[in-house]
Design a protein around this ligand. Structure first.
Ligand code: HAM
Length: 411
C-alpha cells in the first residue's frame, strides 16, 4: 500500500544517488574557503524572531511573508532561519569575536527556510553555503569574497555564470537617491503602470523591474543609484571595481541591482546563470556595514554572500551519479561467505571500497549484483581454497592466490 505521507510542500528528500553531488559541492566549497583562511561556523536552525525582524528588515518580503514562525512552550517567538547573516552576526557579538584579530573570516553550510511559492530552484527548505568577512571596510575584502564565489563556481564547473555588480552607497546617500527617484517617477506619473504608480512612495526601486513599455521608457532616463554615489562611497566602489579588473574577474555594472534584504550598504553583487530560468541567481551578497550595530554591537563593517546548493546543482545539470566499487568479494558456495566478509573487511582497511553479498544470492546473482553496483573487479572465492579474479570491464577471469588478494587488487 502506498504511504499516505509525502514530504511537505516545497521540501524534498535527498536520496543516496543525489547526496553525492551535494557532498561534492560542500567539499569543494570547504576546500576553496579553507585555502583563503575562512573558518567553519554553524548556528542553530532557529533563532529569536526579533533577530530577523531587526536584521533582515521589518518591511522585507522575507519578514512580512516568508518566515516559519512559531511559539515555543515558554511563549517565546522563534523562527526557522530564513538566512544566515543575522545569526552569524548574533554569534559574533555573543562570543565577543570583536576581540579577535579582525576581520573574522567565516564560512557555513546548512538548511534555510522560507515560505515561498515553490517552483524549480525555489523551495521552502533549501541549502546555502556562504562566507562572511566581519570587521573590515576595505575594498580588498569585497574583492576577496567576490573572488571566492567566482573561484568556487569555476572549480565546480558551473556553466554560463555572469557577475552583476552594484553599490547602494551609505543609508544616508540612499535616502537622498530615493527622493530623487521618486521625484522622477512623479514627474512622469502619467506614463507609469498603475502598479508602479501606486508604489512610488513605498518601493520606487521596483519600477526598474517593470514589464510594461510605458514604465520602461520612463526608467530609461531615471537617475541610478550608482551614478548618484558621492565621496567615499564612490571611491570605495571604484576601488572594488579596480581590484576585480586586476584579478581578471569579469562583471557587469547593474545600476538597478537591488536585493531583498534591508541590511545591505555599498557593494552588492549577484552571480546569475541564464540556464536556470526564472530563479537565475546562484548566489549573491554584499556589504552590511550597519547590521552589527543594529543588533546592539559596536560599529562593525562586514561583507559576505550565500549561494544556493540546489541552484548550483540545477545549473550543473548533474546526473545522479553512483560511484563504482574497487571490488566485490563473491562466495562460490555458502561455506565461503564468512571468508568473503573477512576479506572485504581487509580490503576496506587497506583503503579500497569493497562489498559482499548480504542477501543470500547464488554466484550468478552475486556477479549480476557486482555489475549493478559498478564493481570494477570481482574476487570469487572457491571451496578448494583457490580464487578467481574477474575484470568486469573486459570479462577476463584468471586464477589468483587468495592470500595475495590485496596486492592483486592494488591495495
Ligand atoms: P539571498 O539572496 O536571500 O541572500 O540568498 C542567497 C542565495 O540563496 C540565493 O542566491 C539563492 O541561490 C538561494 N536561495 C534563496 N532563497 C531560496 C529558495 N527559496 N530556494 C532555493 N534557493 C534559495 C542571503 O540569504 C544573504 N544572507 C546572503 C549574504 C551573506 N549576504 C551577506 N552575507
Amino acid at each position: 500500500m502506498a504511504s499516505k505521507f509525502q514530504a511537505p510542500r516545497g521540501t524534498f528528500d535527498v536520496l543516496p544517488e543525489q547526496a553525492r553531488g551535494r557532498a561534492r559541492v560542500q567539499r569543494v566549497a570547504a576546500e576553496v574557503f579553507a585555502r583563503a583562511g575562512y573558518e567553519p561556523i554553524a548556528t542553530p536552525a532557529f533563532e529569536d524572531t526579533e533577530l530577523f525582524v531587526r536584521g533582515v528588515g521589518r518591511s522585507t518580503d522575507i519578514v512580512v511573508k516568508e518566515m516559519f514562525t512559531f511559539e515555543d512552550k515558554g511563549g517565546r517567538s522563534l523562527t526557522l532561519r530564513p538566512e544566515g547573516t543575522a545569526p552569524i552576526c548574533r554569534a559574533y557579538l555573543e562570543h565577543g569575536m570583536q576581540k579577535l584579530a579582525q576581520p573574522v573570516k567565516l564560512f557555513y553550510a546548512g538548511p534555510f527556510f522560507r515560505h515561498e511559492r515553490p517552483q524549480a530552484g525555489r523551495y521552502r527548505q533549501f541549502h546555502q553555503i556562504g562566507v562572511e568577512a566581519i570587521g573590515t571596510d576595505s575594498p580588498l575584502a569585497d574583492a576577496e569574497v567576490i573572488g571566492l564565489l567566482s573561484d568556487l563556481l569555476a572549480e565546480l564547473g558551473v556553466p554560463g555564470v555572469e557577475l552583476r555588480l552594484g553599490s547602494l552607497g551609505s543609508p544616508e546617500s540612499r535616502r537622498g537617491y530615493l527622493e530623487e527617484l521618486k521625484a522622477h517617477l512623479r514627474d512622469n506619473e502619467g506614463d507609469l503602470s498603475q502598479d508602479v504608480r501606486e508604489r512610488i512612495e513605498i518601493n520606487p526601486l521596483r519600477a526598474f523591474d517593470a514589464d510594461d513599455v510605458g514604465t520602461q521608457e520612463v526608467m530609461r532616463t531615471a537617475p541610478t543609484i550608482v551614478e548618484s554615489l558621492d565621496g567615499e562611497d564612490a571611491e570605495h566602489f571604484a576601488e572594488v571595481r579596480a581590484l576585480l579588473d586586476a584579478a581578471g574577474i569579469a562583471y557587469e555594472i547593474d545600476p538597478t541591482l537591488v536585493r531583498g534584504l534591508d541590511y545591505y550598504t555599498r557593494t552588492i553583487f549577484s552571480f546569475v546563470c541564464e540556464g536556470l530560468g526564472a530563479q537565475s541567481e546562484v548566489g549573491g551578497g554584499g556589504r552590511y556595514d550597519g547590521l552589527i550595530e543594529q543588533l546592539g554591537g559596536p560599529p562593525t563593517p562586514a561583507i559576505g554572500w550565500a549561494a544556493g546548493i540546489e541552484r548550483i546543482l540545477l545549473a550543473l545539470g548533474e546526473e545522479d551519479a553512483r560511484e563504482g566499487r574497487d571490488a566485490f568479494v563473491a562466495a562460490a558456495t555458502d561455506e565461503q561467505r564468512h571468508r568473503a566478509l573477512a576479506l572485504a573487511a581487509e580490503l576496506r582497511n587497506a583503503g579500497l571500497s569493497a562489498e559482499v553479498d548480504l542477501a543470500g544470492r547464488g554466484l550468478k546473482g552475486q556477479l549480476k549484483h557486482a555489475d549493478r553496483i559498478g564493481a570494477r573487479r570481482v574476487l570469487i572465492l572457491d571451496d578448494d581454497g583457490t580464487a578467481q579474479l574477474r575484470d568486469m570491464d573486459s570479462g577476463e577471469q584468471r586464477p589468483v592466490d587468495p592470500g595475495r588478494a590485496l596486492e592483486e587488487l592494488g591495495a
